[in-house]
Design a protein around this ligand. Structure first.
Ligand SMILES: NC(=O)c1ccc[n+]([C@@H]2O[C@H](COP(=O)([O-])OP(=O)(O)OC[C@H]3O[C@@H](n4cnc5c(N)ncnc54)[C@H](OP(=O)(O)O)[C@@H]3O)[C@@H](O)[C@H]2O)c1
Length: 291
């Protein structure tokens, strides 16, 4: 039995669907308020709970062999990104889980003080590495699936909002490839107790993204490119009214201000380890957008 947290999310839903395609037993940890009927119809064992409740976490781990942590912080980095993952690791250990896969993020080890999510993920990584559990830590770059709503908007309007430096490099990764790697990590011996950077096969600039949309939809892009200092100004203004919101925007700022890409050597290593070819962003988008 696999336990997958964040089973209704961009990554988690792909993991549980893939596991069911392989006819594996999977328990999806979902909230009552989530949309999970499609997963249920695919044979996912639905566990209703809240990751803010440790009792739910301990119960969900009963009888589980593998855990894949793929939930997001839901705007609560301390409670859901940090505490829930620590509880999940403790509960997995108690339940005798054989392998724990944790979804971290590329650049997590660079010490970005402004991002509560990056800090939480780094602390969880360290806790997992010292837990005595077999683990694989995945550090993905931006998910291609996160760009789908922006692509849909581009299709309607031709507009692409790009905050910050268009020359910043990224290696956007197919979310389907991340799902495959998360599952195969528990079976591939060389992935055991490893920290893996996971990115797409090419390094692109953020400015290339509207150009890719333009090719797909055959439409000239209207790129609106406010500089980062405007974002900072807005953030400070919000901070006067609500300091919690200002703090939580630190993760977005970290993502906007920095480069997140994998080296060609890291991608070659990944492709060899998992015997696969990583998909390009353009191929992923064409597949989903039918273009
Ligand atoms: N998106 C990216 O570009 C990217 C890049 C690198 C790493 N990552 C990491 O990859 C992981 C998955 O990201 P994603 O974009 O697929 O996430 P997502 O689509 O935002 O999904 C988040 C999931 O977490 C669940 N969740 C949040 N709070 C919960 C709680 N208190 N109890 C139970 N479930 C809760 C949500 O459930 P509901 O359906 O109930 O809301 C949802 O299923 C995250 O750890 C993220 O940091 C993402």
């Amino acid at each position: 039995m696999f336990l997958v947290t964040g089973a209704t999310g961009g990554l988690g839903s792909r993991i549980v669907r893939r596991l069911r395609q392989q006819e594996k037993d999977v328990r999806g940890f979902v909230r009552l308020t989530s949309r999970y009927s499609e997963l249920e119809s695919r044979g996912v064992n639905i566990f209703i709970g809240d990751l803010e409740r440790d009792k739910d976490i301990y119960k969900a781990c009963q009888g589980v062999k593998y855990v894949i942590s793929s939930h997001g912080s839901g705007g609560k980095p301390q409670a859901v990104e940090y505490r829930a993952n620590i509880d999940l690791i403790d509960a997995a250990k108690e339940a005798g889980v054989e392998h724990f896969v944790f979804t971290s993020v590329l650049g997590v080890d660079r010490g970005y003080e402004d991002s509560p999510v990056f800090k939480a993920k780094r602390e969880v990584e360290k806790y997992l590495q010292n837990s005595g559990l077999n683990y694989t830590i995945l550090r993905p770059s931006a998910f291609a699936s996160s760009l789908l709503p922006l692509a849909e908007r581009f299709k309607q309007t031709g507009i692409y909002l790009l905050i910050g430096d268009p020359q910043n490099r990224t290696s956007v990764v197919s979310t389907d490839d991340v799902a495959r790697i998360a599952i195969d990590s528990v079976f591939v011996e060389s992935a055991k107790n490893k920290v893996l950077s996971v990115g797409g096969p090419e390094i692109i600039t953020r400015g290339d993204i509207p150009q890719i949309f333009s090719r797909i939809f055959n439409r000239d892009p209207i790129v609106i490119n406010p500089p980062l200092f405007l974002f900072d100004g807005l953030r400070s203004t919000i901070g006067v009214l609500n300091s919690d919101v200002e703090r939580s925007l630190g993760t977005l700022r970290t993502l906007l201000a920095n480069e997140f890409f994998c080296t060609p050597e890291e991608i070659t290593n990944l492709e060899m380890m998992f015997d696969m070819k990583m998909e390009s962003l353009e191929s992923f988008l064409r597949r989903y957008l039918g273009a």
